[in-house]
Design a binder for this molecule. Structure first.
Ligand code: PMP
Length: 421
């Protein structure tokens, strides 16, 4: 008999939680010690930890209902199909959209952008056209467009940033020309933490008939994102950064636009009729989900949304804001330390460099203190070049992090400074 009283993909909704100490109890890994010290996990921008609700949903699927979807007449296949579809519906509802068919399950942000650059891009971008990106993009929102630009003979143009790390929106109107086919930009920078005014930017593009894609990889982990408020054509994100499993993410595409696009991969489950001469295709989302999808991943992501949804985000956002403020204050008191990205209201991402210490050395010393951060180019080489650096250290927070952990981080950074100064 199932140890879980709820059906696959349908999780109970506990009462709202605010206190990070209570939230932490939901994440088994946060009990871990590393190098004999309590784990201080500050690499959430790379991937978040997973609550028990997500781990249980995936285990529940494999222990009780593992089957392929859409194909079987047997009970298990029907249940798995229902759970998969229910995950899609839950995500649609949580993101303020009306139609679940607008949500395509993909491998993650990277695959979603590649899908759009292939399917939409090959149809709409031609020689002489322009693709507008920004200076703060992750490689995932640069390289697929370069492939497209090469195929089509199009040109990539770039909206610059201001010295404090905001998009230079005064320059936007001049860059949105009659040649611009798409504006693809990040909602939240994974290096600077800057939260871009997505609705305002999308409106500027929409007013000129230009399609928009918003990279939400670093936005969805920090509270609900409402797609009807943003008004974009495409919105993409990965599950693993918002408490969900890896290998699963979402491409949202505005209904009519998505339905007008050709498939980008062929195979089972996306077709209506197949002969050796030709095939016809099912409507979205099936058209874009060729082959057996990541069923347990989608169910896990549905559970992550259910978990995320019951958190008290207005207060947690304030908590995350306090974590950033405390981190800035503590780190800026260390001689020779510079923070990249100081725009007010930033997301809880703090990138920094220290004079005379390589970011990898900072990362290694912090690791010996149990503090996990990221060091490197953060897959944003053009942005780092613009900032005049090759790499940086980055502490990125989730709502389960605490002010005590900020203190541990600061003490470890001070230790690194003493060691190298
Ligand atoms: N965009 C941004 C802003 C990111 O931070 C990341 C992940 N670091 C990606 C895209 C790529 O996400 P994934 O590797 O999950 O496809």
């Amino acid at each position: 008999m199932s140890r879980h009283p709820y059906p696959l993909g349908d999780l109970p909704s506990p009462s709202p939680k605010l206190n990070p100490a209570i939230i932490r109890r939901d994440f088994p890994i946060l009990e871990r010690r590393v190098h004999g010290k309590p784990l201080v996990y500050l690499d959430n921008g790379a991937t978040s930890q997973k609550p028990r609700a997500v781990i249980d949903a995936i285990r529940h699927f494999y222990e009780n209902g593992c089957a392929n979807i859409h194909r079987g007449v047997h009970l298990l296949s029907g249940e798995a199909t229902q759970a998969y579809d229910r995950a899609r519906t839950g995500i649609c509802r949580a993101m303020g959209a009306a139609h679940a068919e607008e949500f395509v399950f993909v491998r993650g942000t990277t695959e979603a952008i590649n899908l759009v650059a292939r399917s939409w891009g090959d149809l709409h971008v031609h020689a002489g056209d322009e693709i507008l990106l920004t200076e703060m993009e992750h490689h995932a929102n640069i390289v697929p467009w370069q492939f497209l630009a090469k195929r089509a003979g199009a040109k990539i143009r770039v909206l610059p940033i201001t010295p404090d790390g905001a998009l230079d929106l005064e320059r936007l109107p001049a860059l949105l020309t009659e040649k611009t086919r798409i504006l693809a930009f990040t909602h939240v920078s994974n290096v600077l933490g800057t939260v871009n005014p997505a609705a305002e930017i999308c409106k500027a593009a929409r007013d000129r008939g230009i399609v928009t894609l918003v990279d939400g990889a670093q936005a969805v982990p920090h509270g609900p994102v409402n797609l009807s408020e943003i008004g974009c054509d495409f919105y993409v994100f990965s599950g693993h950064k918002m408490f969900g499993p890896d290998g699963i993410g979402v491409l949202y595409g505005r209904g009519k636009l998505l339905a007008s696009l050709p498939p980008w991969q062929g195979g089972g489950d996306m077709v209506e009729r197949v002969s050796f001469e030709e095939s016809t295709f099912r409507p979205p989302p099936d058209r874009f989900e060729a082959g057996t999808p990541n069923i347990s991943g989608a169910i896990g992501l549905g559970a992550a949304f259910a978990y995320h949804d019951q958190l008290n985000w207005p207060e947690l956002r304030e908590h995350e804001h306090n974590l950033v403020t405390a981190t800035h204050e503590a780190l800026l008191s260390i001689p020779g330390l510079r923070i990249q990205g100081t725009v007010p209201g930033k997301a809880p991402v703090v990138s920094f460099t220290m004079e005379g210490i390589h970011p990898h050395d900072i990362g290694t010393i912090l690791d010996s203190e149990g503090v996990a951060i990221r060091a490197g180019n953060h897959c944003a080489q053009p942005l780092l070049a613009r900032l005049g650096i090759q790499s940086s250290a980055r502490a990125s927070f989730a709502c389960y992090n605490t002010l005590e952990e900020v203190e541990t981080l600061a003490n470890a950074v001070r230790k690194a400074h003493r060691y190298f100064a």
